[in-house]
Structure formats: C-alpha cells, structure tokens
Design a protein around this ligand. Structure first.
Ligand code: HEM
Length: 506
C-alpha cells in the first residue's frame, strides 16, 4: 500500500483521537477526557474496575470539583456530588427526565413504563395516582392490617432462627442466610397491597425464587447503563457477558408472574368488592376506556407499576438489611447498645411495633448511619436534562445524563468529618435524641424522591428490631468477619451472608 496513504490514515486517526479527547461543550463541568467508543468510561474502568461510584469519586478528587462532567461515548454525563447540586437535580423540572436506554426498553417490553424509568406527564400522573391509592392499603402510612401481617411474618422468622420451626431455606446447622431470610416477608408485604393476597407459608420457595429474579436483574445492570447501553449491539455477540440474557430472562419471569395476578383479578373483579391496588386500577381502566383524549390507565402500565413496587421492595430493602447485619457483626458495641435500648423501651414480652419507634433513637440512628455509609444507590437513578440548562453555573446540554453522586456526598469529609467510620452517634445530639435535620439523602429528594421511603424505613425498622430483640448477630467461631463490599449493579446489593444468630437468653 502507498506509504503516503498509510500516513494520511494515521494522521486522520490521531486527529480523531485528539478531537474526541479534547471535545467539551463550553463551560461543561470539569472531568476526565474521552477515548474512542466508550469515551471516559475506559478511564473510569481503569480507576476502579468493580465500583463505578468509587472511580467517579477518584476523578472528582483529581479534578477538585463537586460537579464532575465527562462523556460516556457521545452522552454528556454530569455527577452532582454535594448537597446543593443534588437538591437542584432532584427538584428542577428540567432535570426530571429519565434516560431512554436499551435496558429500560427491554424491561418495559419495548416501552418506558411504570414510575422509575418513565418521565413526562405519564410519569407525573402515574406516580401521583399510585402513591395516592396504594396508601389506602397501607403503603407509606400506618395500617393495622399490614402491621399485623408483618408481625406474624417476623415472629415466624424468629421462631425459625430459635429452632422452634423448621425452614432450611433460611436456617441450617445454626446458621442463617441473608438476604434470603428477608425475601418472603418483603414479597408478601408489597404483594398484599398490590395484589391483595399473600403467598402462603408453603410458597416460601416461590417467593424466594421471584425475589431472586429481581436481585439477578439488578446485578446484571449498572447505574450508568454500562457497555450494553453505550454499544447495544454487543448483546448479539456477548449475550451472557453483556448481562443481556440475564436481564431478558429475569425480567420475563417477573412480568409473567405479575401478568398472571392481573389476569386472575380481571376474571374475579367486582365493582362492589375492591380488594387491592390492581382492582382499583382495573376500575379506573373501565371508567376511562371511552375517554376521547386517550387514557393513561393501561394494563401494561398496571403491570410495570407492580414491577417497580415488587422489585424495589425485595432488592433495595434486602440489600440494606444485609449490609446492616454485616456492619452489626463488625460493631458488636453498637448491637449491644441497641439491645439495651430495646430492653428498656420494649422488653422481651412482645415484638417491637411502630409506636415504639420514636422512643428508640439509637436504633434509628444506627439505620440512618448504615444507609449513609453503604449508600446502596451510590449514583441515585440517572436523570436526563430535558433542555439545555445550567447547574451551579455550569452548562448542561439537553439530553445529558445527570446523576446524583450519593456515595460521594455521603463520604465527603467536608460534610461528615470521618465518613469512613460507622458511627450512629453522628445522627444524635448530645442528649441522645435524633438531630432535627437529617442531611443524609439515601432516598434522593424532591419530585423524584423514592416512592417507597416510608414503607421501606418502617419495614426495615420492624424487621431489624424484631431480630435484634431476640438475637445477636455474629460469625461462627473461627470464621473471619464478613466483607463490607457490596455487589455492584443498578444499585448495590448485599453479599450472600451465612451468619450465626445467637439467641439472647440472658
Ligand atoms: C433502603 C431502601 C431504598 C432506597 C435506599 C431507595 C432509594 C431510591 C433512590 C435513590 C431513588 C432515585 C431518586 C432519584 O431519581 O433521584 C429511588 C426511586 C424510587 N424508589 Fe426507592 N429506595 C428504597 C426502597 C424502595 C421501595 C421499598 C420502593 C417501593 C416499594 C421504592 C420505590 C421507588 C420508586 C417507584 C422510585 C422512582 C421514583 C420516581 O422516579 O419518581 N424504593 N429510590
């Protein structure tokens, strides 16, 4: 080949690399340069292969900025890492969009449905509607029926761990397994409101199976989308390595189960006897079917609302609960203090209930501190800028991916002093009461605030107090302490943990 042609090709190639590396929108936030195809993703992987939020934190420090900007392939990406910028992203209307990705579309069988991955008027309407009507069945409020169901389920788990009942799926040879320990309770809690029913005792295996599909789905995805979102064609070449096969298979199993419940409800529906959220939604569909402007109430939307609620419940809560047990095993002194507080306020004669919650500030602080330090949503859920705009003086182009750097914020020494230390006291005042203002943001904030915050906090509290009242979490003699490293995914999940729940007999 003509050497001049080779030289020209090489020159063009280097110009392309140079242009890619140096391209930035004017006044875009500072951050690493881009390389071909995946942009700055290469450099992030090089900085920390396993945890993208740690790579982002490394870059944030290197560029000495609280708002980091880079390009993932062609997508301008911005990470807000301090309180002010996170709050802006969470509240300003032009940041409330969601990314339209292959994973989001695969999840919704080709559409952007539900609440979590939807945006625009459909999102706003369906979010409002779901929160309003799920509330009637106990979601995000106090509800005697739900609390009694939970009490019964928690007592069952206590009985299994005490050896009074048998369930080898969660307790074997004196060891309990997390997160599996929590699956049945959490699936039933959300399912009882959405589908009005609970899976019976005999269905433990099935509830664990369906919860595991949710965990597998979350672990096959990534907060920024990862390579499959930047180069969707790789799913054809590497269906397994890219995670695509797992995403598709687990999603279909979850969708099938929810569709089955909707079908059963359609068959047995009666206007005179509204049993649960599915029934309310079916009634709404009927009332709106002749709406000349079209109806936001569709069967597919009902299915993916169920998906959002069910999967969020089993993945986020079990992740937090498992990480909590890990930290308790590392911090027996904290466990001891919580147990003393429980003994003083509740005693041992009954399980704790939500009326006790205001009287157990140390317990509350220990959970807040866990959510801060573990930051399972290390980068929140990606937002999208719906127009050209500004963030704290920086230019943010339309369709940028805008993320909340919750891990960076929760680990910022300027805010927390000693962020790597697990210290519940940081949420308490000198008299031992909870600080009036909690500046941690594990559930995000503003208009996109986690829809399950109250439900999540209540359930985790009931489960943990019920267990800590009756057991001390330890590792079996001779075994080393469990790893504090979570499993990476759409959000972090807990490691599989076999631990020893020692009954409190004293
Ligand atoms: C410890 C448990 C949980 C944590 C840490 C958590 C955290 C979050 C975060 C950070 C967001 C994204 C906010 C944003 O877009 O900026 C979110 C969104 C959401 N969460 Fe949670 N969550 C938890 C539990 C739950 C539960 C139990 C449910 C439902 C049963 C739930 C349902 C949702 C929904 C529907 C959204 C989407 C809200 C929207 O886009 O409008 N979450 N959550």
């Amino acid at each position: 080949m003509n050497p001049l042609l080779i030289l020209a090709a090489l020159l063009l190639f280097f110009i392309y690399i140079y242009k890619t590396a140096t391209f930035r929108h004017p006044n875009f936030p500072p951050g690493p340069p881009s390389l071909p195809v995946y942009g700055a993703y290469w450099l992030l992987l090089l900085s920390n292969w396993t945890y993208i939020h740690k790579a982002i934190e490394n870059m944030r420090r290197r560029y000495k900025t609280k708002i980091l900007g880079f390009y993932l392939g062609p997508v301008p990406t911005v990470i807000a890492c301090d309180y002010e910028s996170i709050k802006e992203v969470e509240t300003r209307p032009e940041f409330l969009g969601r990314m339209d990705t292959i994973v989001a579309r695969e999840r919704g069988l080709g559409k952007l449905l539900g609440i979590i991955l939807a945006d625009g008027p459909l999102w706003a309407h369906q979010r409002r509607y779901t929160l309003r009507y799920m509330r009637d069945f106990g979601f995000g409020t106090r509800n005697a029926k739900l609390e009694s169901l939970l009490e019964q389920e928690i007592q069952d788990v206590v009985d299994v761990l005490n050896g009074r009942k048998q369930d080898e799926g969660i307790f074997k040879n004196g060891l309990a397994i997390a997160p599996d320990l929590f699956y049945h309770i959490l699936v039933n809690a959300i399912w009882s409101m959405y589908a009005g029913d609970k899976f019976s005792d005999g269905d433990h295996q099935y509830t664990r199976y369906i919860a595991q599909q949710g965990i597998d789905f979350i672990q096959a995805t990534s907060p920024t989308g990862g390579t499959i979102v930047l180069t969707p064609w790789i799913r054809h070449i590497f269906p397994e390595k890219s995670g695509f096969k797992k995403i598709r298979e687990t999603n279909l199993r979850i969708v099938d189960r929810i569709k089955k419940a909707v079908e059963e409800h359609k068959r047995t529906y009666s206007d005179d006897h509204i049993r649960d959220f599915i029934d309310i939604y079916l009634r709404e569909m009927k009332e709106n079917e002749n709406n000349p402007e079209g109806s936001p109430f569709t069967e597919e939307q009902l299915v993916f609302l169920g998906w959002d609620l069910l999967v969020s419940s089993v993945t986020t809560l079990t992740a937090t609960l498992t990480m909590y047990i890990v930290y308790m095993i590392h911090h027996p002194e904290v466990q001891y203090k919580i147990q003393k507080e429980l003994d003083n306020v509740v005693g041992r004669g009954r399980l704790p209930h939500l009326n006790d919650r205001p009287n157990l500030p140390y317990m509350e602080a220990s959970l807040r501190e866990l959510m801060r330090i573990a930051s399972i949503f290390s980068l929140g859920i990606a937002h999208r800028a719906t127009e050209d705009t500004q963030l704290c003086g920086y230019f943010i182009p339309k369709n940028s991916m805008v993320m909340t750097g919750l891990y960076s914020y929760h680990h910022d020494p300027d805010v927390w002093g000693d962020p790597e230390v697990y210290r519940p006291e940081r949420f308490l005042d000198e008299t031992g009461n909870l600080l009036k203002k909690d500046v941690s943001l594990p559930f995000g904030a503003g208009k996109r605030l986690c829809a399950g915050e109250t439900f999540g906090r209540q359930n985790m509290w009931l489960l943990l107090t019920g267990l800590l009242q009756n057991f001390t979490f330890t590792m079996p003699k001779g075994q080393k302490l469990p790893s504090k490293n979570p499993v990476h995914g759409f959000h972090q999940t807990g490691p599989v943990l076999w631990f020893q729940p020692v009954p409190r007999n004293e």
